[in-house]
Design a protein around this ligand. Structure first.
Ligand code: ATP
Ligand code: MG
Length: 366
């Protein structure tokens, strides 16, 4: 599927989607992530044919689908609000798509029971949606989409109402189903763990556009902008705006007493300040005094296997993620250092990664 400059205007005052370009390969699983209101559901509904496309083009294979009705598109969608038929039983809800396509009675029965078993909802097949919990309704909605083998699956936050245990089970179930059938999937989620674990590629959206489209590894390790850097990863990446200074002819920034050299490939960067990004795992307890600085311990959050530590380094607040074996209970100050290989550098004006600037000479001038 290809989205080319896809735009949406619900009304004259505001453009909800400003031109989305996205290529989803056959069989690929793509996650759309981004803050509330950035246009994820709108984009999905446009692909499904439930919202008009006010600009650009959507193609599946060679076929332009902008003008096709939802029925003609052969797409199965799981909605954010489930959209189940309230007067039909769970069985009939799941069977609906098969019935309208004229499947044989025995096939329908077999398929509904197959799907219900996979989703652990067999015992509810004769109930109506009103007599189900939110999580059970969500599974029925997923079942309705899975029952028929559509050429494209669209999921809008399908697991958001489930408790953690069920969500993890359903995530594994969705991944298995995708591996088994290889149906091209667009999956909207707030949950970056879901996006990172399920998706082949992730589109990080902000304010009606795609900020970055890449593999989970790329969006995590090479974030294109500070927005992507702070949106992907939990706890968030530390982003510090610091003045560039020279030490023995090398430009860099000072974090407390630790000098962080600007990588040589960015030496052409002009600017008094730079934004340096450190993931919590790049902030380390120092083994000795070389290249270390003293940090004040502000907060300790034990998570079992690891501990999230909030530190203050001469007025800069930093979050770190450390193995839990360290006992910090008696500690108020401690020496820390930084893994220089794990730093990210951004232009403070454009908020764009310097690696992107310098791979694109036109952008470097911006
Ligand atoms: N029918 C509509 N008419 C006018 N504006 C709309 C309509 N539907 C959505 N919007 C607006 O479009 C923007 C994007 O909405 P959308 O539902 O796509 O966001 P989202 O990314 O799915 O958010 P969430 O994560 O909260 O579900 C929002 O500002 C919303 O208020
Ligand atoms: Mg939504």
């Amino acid at each position: 599927m290809t989205l080319q400059a896809v735009a949406k205007r619900y009304d004259q005052a505001r453009q909800t989607l400003t031109g989305v370009d996205l290529t989803v390969n056959a069989g690929e699983f793509v996650a759309l992530v981004g803050p509330s209101g950035c246009g994820k559901s709108t984009l999905l509904r446009m692909v499904a044919g439930l919202e008009s496309v006010t600009g650009g083009e959507i193609r599946i294979g060679e076929q332009r689908i902008n003008e096709l009705t939802p029925g003609e598109r052969d797409i199965a969608m799981v909605f954010q609000d489930y959209a189940l038929y309230p007067h039909k039983t769970v069985f009939e809800n799941i069977a609906f798509g098969l019935r309208v396509r004229g499947a044989a009675k025995d096939d329908i029965k077999r398929r509904v029971h197959e799907v219900a078993a996979q989703l652990q909802i067999t015992e509810f097949l004769s109930r109506k949606p009103a007599a189900l919990s939110g999580g059970q309704r969500q599974r029925v909605a997923i079942g309705r989409a899975l029952a028929r083998h559509a050429r494209l699956f669209l999921f809008d936050e399908p697991l958001s109402n489930l408790d953690v245990k069920l969500r993890n089970e359903m995530r594994v179930e969705i991944k298995k189903l995708h591996q088994q059938f290889g149906i091209t999937t667009l999956y909207v989620t707030h949950d970056q763990i879901e996006a990172m674990t399920l998706a082949d590629r992730i589109a990080v959206m902000s304010d009606g556009k795609v900020e970055q489209y890449g593999t989970p590894d790329e969006v995590y390790n090479q974030p294109a902008t500070t927005f992507v850097a702070s949106f992907i990863g939990s706890p968030e990446m530390n982003l510090l705006t610091l003045p560039l200074q020279s030490r023995a002819g090398i430009r860099g920034v000072l974090l407390g007493d630790v000098f962080l050299p600007l990588p040589a490939e960015f030496s052409a960067f002009k600017g008094d300040d730079v934004v340096v990004g450190l993931r919590p795992e790049a902030v380390l307890p120092a083994q000795d005094a070389t290249n270390a600085t003293t940090a004040r311990l502000l907060l300790i959050e034990p998570l079992g296997a690891e501990t999230i530590v909030t530190l203050d380094v001469q007025g800069q607040q930093l979050t770190a993620r450390w193995a839990a074996e360290r006992s910090l209970s008696e500690v108020t100050h401690l020496p820390i250092t930084v893994d220089n290989k794990k730093l990210h550098w951004f232009n403070p004006k454009t908020r764009v990664n310097l690696a992107v600037h310098f791979s694109n000479p036109a952008g470097a001038q911006a």
